[in-house]
Design a protein around this ligand. Sequence first.
Ligand SMILES: Nc1ncnc2c1ncn2[C@@H]1O[C@H](COP(=O)(O)OP(=O)(O)OP(=O)(O)O)[C@@H](O)[C@H]1O
Ligand SMILES: [Mg+2]
Length: 237
Amino acid sequence: MYVGEILKSLDRVPSGVPGLDDIIGGGFLPGRVYLITGPPGSGKTTMGVQFLVEGARNGEKGVFVSLVEDPRIILQDMLRYNFGLLGYVKSKTITFHDLGRILLRAEYRLTWNELFNSILQIINEEGVKRAVVDSFTSMEHLVKDPENKRWALGRFIRALQELETTTLITSEMLQGDAYTDEHYLVDGVLVIHHFMRNYQMVRALQVLKMRGVPHDSNLKRIRFTDEGIRVYNEAPF
Ligand SMILES: Nc1ncnc2c1ncn2[C@@H]1O[C@H](COP(=O)(O)OP(=O)(O)OP(=O)(O)O)[C@@H](O)[C@H]1O
Ligand SMILES: [Mg+2]
């Protein structure tokens, strides 16, 4: 690696999630791959879209690759936030891609490698700076060769890191302490937690890992707002 490249790696990619950059030293590292994991309805897709919108504000092209859900429905839900997503979709600065259509077709199962290559083809398009892959869980049941996951995932993440695109992958959290291959292979992991406290749902975010970046791993309170998720630099309780 040349010195210029090392210096370039000090650049940061703002996350688009208010308050998050403050606890990860200014933002994500360009070209790296990150995982957002959390329980159902915790804001994984929302944070992914906030990340793309942040780039679009600066003219950066972004792609949203949906693995299971119909992207039209995701888009419909995301348009309820006030982050001006529609304009970026109309101008094609942000594009939504539907891989679920292929994955869910019962008569034709993809291998992990075919699936990852299809994702890479979308992300590798000219000028794409930010990508979101939503969501990774349950894929084991939809692919032809579940036993090849770790190997194929390792190759996929390596290929992503060679692109100039910064990628967020979302996944569902099955158990708080059950780590999957994704957790070990990616460059950083953000975990969304929720707790019941006096009959109230309290949400919090933890930076579980962030390679190459000094960060605060304590639980931070998060809230849904009309502008998406916001992180507060305070303990949830
Ligand atoms: N202004 C808002 N607009 C839309 N959704 C909102 C808003 N405020 C809060 N929400 C909540 O956001 C949640 C959806 O978040 P999101 O879809 O990002 O979560 P997720 O973790 O991706 O969920 P899933 O596991 O179902 O994919 C909804 O449960 C909804 O109650
Ligand atoms: Mg989602």
